[in-house]
Design a protein around this ligand. Structure first.
Ligand SMILES: *Cc1c(COP(=O)(O)O)cnc(C)c1O
Length: 431
């Protein structure tokens, strides 16, 4: 499989090169030259396949021959070595729990796959790879966990000071070793802009081999298709599901649409956003306008200018009508998010986190106008990551499991930095 840049100026590259580069030299996002279609019986066979086999079948066409089959099988097995249960909250809405990995959020899947691919690719490389990653909360921890101790790879995480939850902050600031956290006096979009500026900076590119671990990286983006297939394996309804995806940078939804294009049965997608709703606005008006970020309680979705939007346009052949008939956008306020957590807890005895609650509220609104079409939400993080919101909603904070308690005994180590590209550049060049 070859990948081209959506800016159309750079050369086509294979999966290995696309993963190492992160972003194309012309600043575009990589996109596969063609969309592989699964054999017609693959979907019917899901029920009899193991998680590992499903993950392997999903990723193999995208990876191509740059990783031998036995290595790829090992990589995907390590990627999916936790549970992905689809639990019915009530008859019409199920929750695909994606938070049973080491950092309690769905980003573990993409980060584990990507780190293992890069580790395989860097084996015979002489120069170090420096991964720059901007995080709105969960990417940082997942990437830190995925890359900790991996030889030949340094990770630098930029996160918005004061805008991530305590567990999120500890997960990305307590690793040490090859992981460094920069605490930026700004928003997630500021962090993302600084990372993008570094990728575009020749002074830096001449000094170091940069890569990215955000969902702009194909290894992270595409491996997120796996759990849509794992969900389908557990989906027993007669009709294809409506899938509600809590969205920020839109890597997750973009992976879902890719899975659909390769043959996964899906009735409809819901782009569930908090007030940072540039994409729902686009779906209403046909005009895309990025926004300034507004902080919310579903902080991992506080993205005003989502990177993967251009990829979704490409997947939809830039046809607004097609996009609109496959995807509906919803904007959910913090107030509705809290109310949803409370109601679902009281009525159904199920605890949603703020991100899952945004998806739940959006799916509920959709169902009211669509004959209660059955579907599932992607529950992207464990409620324990957001004790304050849970406390507001139900009057008690969730019990922190032992694995997370250990974090609170560790010391936060971050490098505070102004929201200024020059400071970041100086820091990179002085390392
Ligand atoms: C990152 C994140 C999202 C948003 O995912 P995107 O792929 O950026 O749209 C949603 N929920 C949680 C918990 C996250 O960490």
């Amino acid at each position: 499989m070859k990948y081209f840049s959506l800016n159309k100026q750079s050369q086509h590259v294979n999966f290995k090169e696309a993963t190492i580069l992160g972003q194309a030299p012309d600043k575009g996002l990589y996109f596969p030259e063609r969309i592989p279609i699964h054999a017609p019986d693959f979907i019917g066979q899901l029920i009899s396949l193991s998680k590992e086999e499903i993950a392997f079948r999903v990723m193999e066409p995208f990876v191509g021959d740059v990783i031998p089959a036995d290595e790829l099988y090992r990589i995907v097995s390590e990627t999916v070595n936790f549970q992905f249960p689809l639990k019915f909250i009530h008859a019409g809405i199920a929750s695909l729990e994606l938070y049973h990995g080491p950092t309690f959020a769905f980003k573990d899947v993409g980060a584990r796959f990507m780190s293992r691919c890069l580790s395989y690719f860097s084996k015979n490389q002489s120069n170090k790879i420096t991964i720059l990653v901007a995080t709105s909360g969960d990417t940082g921890g997942a990437v830190a966990n995925g890359f900790l101790g991996v030889e030949g790879i340094d990770v630098i995480i930029l996160y918005p000071s004061g805008k991530v939850s305590p567990v999120q902050e500890l997960q990305l600031t307590t690793c040490g070793e090859n992981i460094t956290a920069l605490e930026i006096d700004g928003s997630f979009d500021d962090c993302q802009a600084m990372v993008k500026a570094a990728f575009a900076d020749d002074d830096i590119n001449n000094e170091m081999q940069l890569s990215s671990a955000n969902s702009i990286n194909v290894a992270r983006w595409l491996s997120q298709q796996i759990y849509y297939f794992l969900a389908h394996q557990q989906w027993e309804e007669k009709t294809a599901p409506v899938i509600a995806v809590p969205s920020g940078n839109f890597g997750n939804l973009c992976a879902g649409i890719m899975a659909y294009k390769t043959g996964l049965p899906v009735q409809h997608f819901i782009a569930a956003c908090n007030v940072n709703d540039a994409v729902p606005d686009y779906l209403q008006t046909g005009i895309f306008k990025s926004k300034l970020t507004t902080p919310t309680i579903s902080n991992a979705m506080d993205v005003g200018n989502p990177s993967n939007f251009v990829r979704i346009l490409e997947l939809m052949n830039h046809e607004y009508t097609a996009f609109n008939s496959l995807v509906s956008g919803y904007t959910i306020s913090d107030e509705t998010t809290i109310q949803t957590i409370r109601e679902v807890y009281q009525k159904n005895n199920y605890l949603l986190d703020p991100h899952g609650a945004v998806a739940y509220a959006a799916l509920q609104q959709y169902q009211q106008n669509h004959n209660n079409a059955a579907g599932y939400i992607l529950e992207t993080a464990d409620p324990i990551k957001f004790p304050d919101s849970i406390n507001t909603a139900i009057g008690v904070a969730p019990k922190i499991p032992l694995a997370a308690m250990e974090l609170f005994t560790k010391e936060k180590r971050s490098i505070p930095m102004l929201n200024e590209y020059a400071s970041f550049k100086d820091y990179l060049l002085s390392r």
